[in-house]
Design a protein around this ligand. Structure first.
Ligand code: 5GP
Length: 204
C-alpha cells in the first residue's frame, strides 16, 4: 500500500559527481519518478535543450520568478542563479507521484526546512581526484571555473550530514539501483502509511 502523497526526493552532491547522468538513467528506468526542471541564468551547454535540461532565463526573468514566489528554493552557484519552480513540485506530489530535484546543497537545505518529510540523498564521488577528472573530462569548463567548482565541491562534501542517505556513484547502474531501493523503502515507511492503515482498521 502506498501513501497518497508522492515522495519529494532531493539528490545533491558536488558538481561533476554525475547527478545528471544518474538522474537521466533513473528517469529511463523508472517512469514513476518525475523530474523537476530547474530555472537557471547560466548559458546552455552544447546539447542542452530549454525546458528539458533547464528553463534558461535572463537575470531579470529569474529575479521576477523570485519576486512572484514562483520558486520553491533558489541559490547562487559559482557565477549563476539556479531555482526550482514551485508549482510543478507541489502538483506532482499532491497527485501522488514522486518527484526528484537535482539541486546543490544550499537549495537542498531550504527545501528541507519546508519539506522535512522529503527524502534527501547525497551522491558521493569515489574520490576528489576522480571528481576533478570527471569535470575536466566534460571539457566544458575553463581551468579557472574548474578550480572554483573544486573549491565549492570540498565545501559541499561537508554538508553530507544534512542528508538521510549517501550513495556512492562508482558505477551509474549501481547508484541508480541504490536510489530505487531507497525510494521503495521510503514508500514502506510506517510514518507515511500509519494514517491510511488506521483508516482501514476503522472501516473493518
Ligand atoms: P550545472 O551548472 O552543472 O548544471 O549545475 C550546477 C549546480 O547547480 C549543480 O550542483 C546542480 O545540481 C545545481 N542545481 C541545478 N538546478 C538547481 C536548482 O534548481 N536549485 C539549486 N539550488 N541548485 C540547482
Amino acid at each position: 500500500m502506498k501513501d497518497d502523497k508522492g515522495l519529494l526526493i532531493v539528490l545533491s552532491g558536488p558538481a561533476g559527481v554525475g547527478k545528471g547522468t544518474v538522474c537521466g538513467a533513473l528517469r529511463k528506468q523508472d517512469s514513476n519518478i518525475l523530474y523537476s526542471v530547474s530555472a537557471t541564468t547560466r548559458q546552455p551547454r552544447a546539447g542542452e535543450i530549454d525546458g528539458v535540461n533547464y528553463f534558461f532565463k535572463s537575470k531579470e526573468e529569474f529575479k521576477k520568478m523570485i519576486e512572484n514566489n514562483r520558486l520553491l528554493e533558489w541559490a547562487q552557484y559559482v557565477d549563476n542563479y539556479y531555482g526550482t519552480p514551485l508549482d510543478y513540485v507541489e502538483e506532482t506530489i499532491a497527485n501522488g507521484q514522486d518527484i526528484i530535484l537535482e539541486i546543490e546543497v544550499q537549495g537542498a537545505l531550504k527545501v528541507k526546512e519546508r519539506y522535512p518529510e522529503g527524502v534527501f540523498i547525497f551522491l558521493m564521488p569515489p574520490s576528489l581526484a576522480e571528481l576533478r577528472s570527471r569535470i575536466v573530462g566534460r571539457g566544458t569548463e575553463t581551468e579557472d571555473l574548474i578550480n572554483k567548482r573544486m573549491t565549492v565541491a570540498r565545501a559541499e562534501l561537508d554538508m553530507m550530514e544534512n542528508y538521510h542517505y549517501v550513495v556512492e556513484n562508482d558505477k551509474v547502474d549501481l547508484a541508480v539501483e541504490r536510489i530505487r531501493s531507497i525510494v521503495t523503502a521510503e514508500h514502506c515507511k510506517k510514518d507515511r502509511l500509519i494514517d491510511k492503515y488506521k483508516q482501514l482498521a476503522e472501516v473493518e
